[in-house]
Design a protein around this ligand. Structure first.
Ligand SMILES: [Zn+2]
Length: 651
């Protein structure tokens, strides 16, 4: 039945809310037909940092009616797993259907390769309108997930790097009310509230004073309700919803406060439900990966049903936690869930019987005989290569600062694979120190961070990230001998590391040792021309070299240095006037003309540029040389006036 332009579900007690489902239970005839006009509009809701036990009808300590309503109308998965306990890689998996080993985004601040098709591209090609609203800079379009979306809203107020579920929902509702297209819509909405810090709005702040994390979840759930209602109105026909978390939150389990370092249930086990055409309502205990969201959406759009969650087919679920490996050189972590058993491979094998021990308190070690195929999948799961891990998104300093403001900090050091690497699960005592050190470092509290980094290195001597930060901190404080000693230590950990060379290059630049800085940074830029930090620093160093050479009257050296700076960062180059003067001195009149024209394009009244340009004009015998001399005279200032009067070329 259809009321006010949208359909109502008429099964069970689901009449309370506008319907999101065309059919209450799997109606085979409907799902097989799926003519174009009947394809449902699709809403994908992703919940950041939401534990499986913090939302849904079985949640403890919080009520989440909006999530529960979706689950009641559809199929709720009690054993759903994130692929990675971090925002960007987990979303990359949901939106592409492949594990990180396939799409290569193992951490935040990486870039989804253009070769991997996204769900938005597939649905757009199939005639869907596509729109996304994200609530954190961690999912900014610069990381590659916007591909295929007609609109990708990441509007954060006042330089913030995140927004609340209410703000995001307001933005979605404004766009939905303006959207009158007849095409089916694919809408992805990402909520970020439960991510630390836990600061729920009222009335949730008061109500959840002792458990603010749950207060954030409750506040987010309220917005899920508003969103679902508005979406149902826009759909004007069949509608489908998938809702899942990108990962959970440690909250102290296994020694982890936040997420990203371990692969236990607190962060890998996530809430997930689907409701829509052909979905048989119920609850599933089959272990599934959130990567199947991709296939489920394709299925709804009539683009193939393999791996769709609608089929509820069993598979061995895989997951990974490579951040400690990539950042600190600790053991890589891979995990699998098959049936009731979970195995984690990280240096050694841990196994758990989740049915008997959902909190993973009793490690069955290798004593549990996993099915042969499952164990092989775990062992075969590829650990990212150093090369792959060296391809971060090309981040400028502003992006790094914004990520840091969300708690994502990385020195970007390439991983060092070593046999004696510690297991992340054995290093939890260091997590708090590492987090604290990251915060201090990003806030430039170098004097405070140094003793903390020394402590970390005392316990984890091969931690390249800590060694580099220690060196950079000493460097920033002008402690040259200590900085050089720390750089040597970092170089001993990772002899061929580009990071060590980059940061040492930055150190020499800070100490105004331009030649040493340039030599190191040129090496890095030659190997990795996209490495923004090194490119920016090298351009700056080359400018300083150019200025120094000018002061010493070394025209050719000055030209070479400025030209290099300009090639590295054309848009940031501000020394065209110097370059024009130098070219003129070197009697390279045509080059001088071009350099001075660039100055005048930006600053048409610059007295010195007009004077120099007039000289060049005479030397090149240009037809408008007379006008240029007049212009130089007209705009002359105290510096150029006597020069013009004395200039024999102008006579
Ligand atoms: Zn996240």
């Amino acid at each position: 039945m259809s009321v006010g332009g949208w359909r109502l579900a008429v099964c069970g007690s689901a009449l309370a809310v506008p319907a999101l489902v065309a059919a209450c239970s799997g109606t085979p005839s409907e799902k097989q037909r799926a003519p174009a006009a009947e394809r449902p509009s699709i809403l994908l809701i992703t919940l950041d940092t939401t534990r499986a036990d913090a939302i849904g009808p079985e949640a403890r300590g919080v009520e989440t009616p909006a999530f529960n309503a979706i689950a009641a109308r559809g199929l709720r998965f009690r054993q759903a797993y994130a692929a990675v306990p971090e925002t960007l890689p987990s979303h990359a998996t949901m939106l592409t259907g492949v594990y990180p080993a396939g799409h290569q985004v193992h951490e935040n601040a990486r870039y989804l390769p253009a070769s991997i098709p996204t769900i938005a591209e597939r649905l757009a090609q199939a005639g869907y309108r596509t729109a996304a609203f994200v609530s954190s800079f961690a999912l900014s379009r610069r990381f590659g997930l916007a591909r295929g979306f007609e609109s990708y809203d990441e509007t954060f107020a006042n330089g913030q790097s995140e927004r609340s579920a209410r703000e995001t929902t307001d933005a979605v509702l404004a766009q939905l009310s303006a959207d009158t297209a007849a095409k089916p819509l694919f809408l992805w909405v990402h909520y970020y509230d439960p991510h630390a810090p836990y600061t729920p709005p009222e009335p949730f702040r008061t109500k959840f004073a002792g458990t603010p994390y749950l207060g954030e979840v409750a506040a987010m759930d309220e917005q899920v309700g508003r969103l679902v209602q508005a979406f149902a109105q826009r759909a004007r026909g069949p509608a489908a919803i998938a809702i899942a978390a990108d990962h959970g939150e440690g909250l102290g389990d296994h020694g982890e406060t936040f997420h990203g370092n371990l692969v236990y249930q607190s962060t890998m086990h996530v809430p997930m439900a689907i409701a829509g055409p052909g979905v048989t309502p119920g609850v599933s205990d089959v272990p599934v990966s959130t990567r199947r969201v991709f296939f489920t959406l394709l299925d709804w759009a009539g683009l193939g049903g393999e791996h769709s969650l609608r089929s509820n087919r069993e598979e061995s679920v895989l997951g990974e936690g490579m951040k400690p490996f990539l950042e600190y050189g600790w053991q890589p972590q891979t995990m699998t869930v098959a049936g009731r058993y979970k195995a984690i491979l990280s240096g050694r094998l841990e196994t758990y019987d989740l049915a008997a021990d959902p909190g993973e308190t009793h490690d069955l070690g290798s004593g549990l005989s996993l099915p042969a195929g499952v164990r092989k999948e775990l062992e075969d799961y590829p650990v990212p290569s150093r090369e792959a891990a060296r391809a971060p998104a090309n981040l400028d300093e502003e992006s790094k600062r914004r990520l840091a403001s969300l708690g994502y900090v990385s020195a970007g050091a390439a991983p060092v694979v070593r046999r004696d690497a510690p297991r992340p699960a054995d290093m939890t005592a260091l997590f708090a120190s590492i987090d604290k050190a990251s915060g201090l470092f990003v806030n430039k509290a170098y004097a405070e961070v140094i003793p903390l980094l020394e402590q970390i290195l005392a316990k984890d001597p091969h931690n390249l990230d800590a060694a580099l930060r220690l060196a950079a901190s000493h460097s920033a404080l002008g402690h040259n001998p200590q900085a050089l000693a720390a750089f040597q230590r970092a170089a001993a950990i990772a002899p061929s590391s580009q990071d060590v060379r980059t940061y040492l290059g930055l150190h020499y630049a800070r100490a105004q040792d331009w030649d040493r800085a340039a030599a190191l940074l040129e090496q890095v830029v030659t190997e990795s021309p996209d490495r923004a930090t090194a490119v920016e620093a090298l351009a700056d160093v080359r400018v300083h070299q150019g200025e120094a050479a000018m002061d010493e009257g070394k025209t050719e050296a000055a030209i070479a240095a400025f030209e290099r700076a300009r090639t590295l960062q054309p848009s940031a180059f501000t020394h065209d006037l110097d370059l024009g003067v130098l070219y003129l001195a070197a009697r390279r009149f045509e080059d001088a003309r071009q350099a001075l024209d660039r100055v005048l394009a930006a600053h048409p009244d610059d007295a010195m540029a007009l004077f120099k340009r007039a000289q060049v004009s005479v030397l090149l015998n240009e037809p408008d040389r007379r006008e240029r001399i007049d212009a130089a005279k007209k705009r002359a200032d105290a510096v150029t006036r006597p020069l013009i009067e004395r200039e024999r070329l102008f006579k």
